[in-house]
Design a protein around this ligand. Sequence first.
Ligand code: SF4
Length: 414
Amino acid sequence: MKSTNKRFITCPFCSLHCDDIEVEINSNKIKVLSEPIKNCTKKIEYFNISDKSNLKPFYKNKSLNYREAIIKSRTLLDKSQDITIVNHGTDVNGVRSILNFATHHNCTVDHINSKYLFKNLGIVQRKGYMATSLTEARNRCDVFLLFGKSILKKSPRLIDKVIFPEQSLCVKPKEKKLILIGEFDKKTIDILAKNYSVRNIKIKINDIPQLMELIQSKSIGKNDNIKAISNIISESKYLVASWSSSDLDVYKNADDVISSISDFILMRNKENRAACMPISGSLADATSSQTMTWLTGYPSRVKFDGSKFIHDRNICDSEFIIENNHTDIVMHISTVGLEKIKLNKKVKNIVIGHPNTTYSSKPDIFIPVGIPGIDHKSILFRTDNVVSLSLDKIRCMNLPSVKNIINDLLMVQD
Ligand code: SF4
């Protein structure tokens, strides 16, 4: 690999996985050249190696070489009565190897964002539900309803990639309309309103179900803004409603909120085309649920019982297991996350993390791992689950992948 080069990459750092990011790699340092959005540049460059990066494994306060770290980890794992693996984001091969490891050690496997996944799945399982893809939304949607408050911070390029793309097959970008419903901050609304047709209903997230009922009943009264928005919705030919469950989950009635949006979309389909498009989290959530479903039949929260994977969304909830001392060792795996990993000091913690991983307290063992699409080739699923993207290696830090590490953990002998 050349020491300096420019190239386009597919970004692994949120579930949109944009494939148009131009970067320059100079002595393994990544500089974003295309400036899609500042948040994205910051996010991508956060993963550059600095003096604070952990490139060496450690056990307690002692540095180890890679083989020693694998042996030490295996010794701890072999002594365990119950192992829990928490996925904080890894690629398809990473999830495959986690499940393979689980079959050898009867582990529980959970993704850190499962609680959000189950919010959406609950609606799919219990009620009717219609969804669309990013591509269809980009090409056909004329009115876009965005619910929540910080979805645009978590998935910054929803605007230019999906809602108001420069090119769209069936709708001229200038004819597209965006309606923000919830607690979006004024700055976000003002910036968007400068360039696009945007309307806003400022409303507490908890009150969204009543609003949806009101718009559906068309007995809106004297509120001109809601009246205008109701008219825009009535005239839409292809309405898309989007949200991120993590945005809504802080409210007691998140299930009701999602359910009311989904019901509204189903109702709209009686007259016109409309669809839901939930946006999954940035920790390779879609990759985890897809891969786990093929391999176990369940999207998350499974335990290998000696002969098969069993699923129970309560019993296999890693947060519950850890808080209630139902495990003695937790293996946290994090390759694309920025957020601090919460460790519980009452159990042993092994962190397989990218070099800039931060944690609430020092883990017993840390093993640095490569970032998919940066340090090794990889496959990741986009939020709408209909596209899997192949990502390239773009720097040479000799960091092993999750698959390498887990295979070594299985194979190692003292
Ligand atoms: S929107 Fe997400 S995938 Fe796209 S560049 Fe930003 S962080 Fe990366």
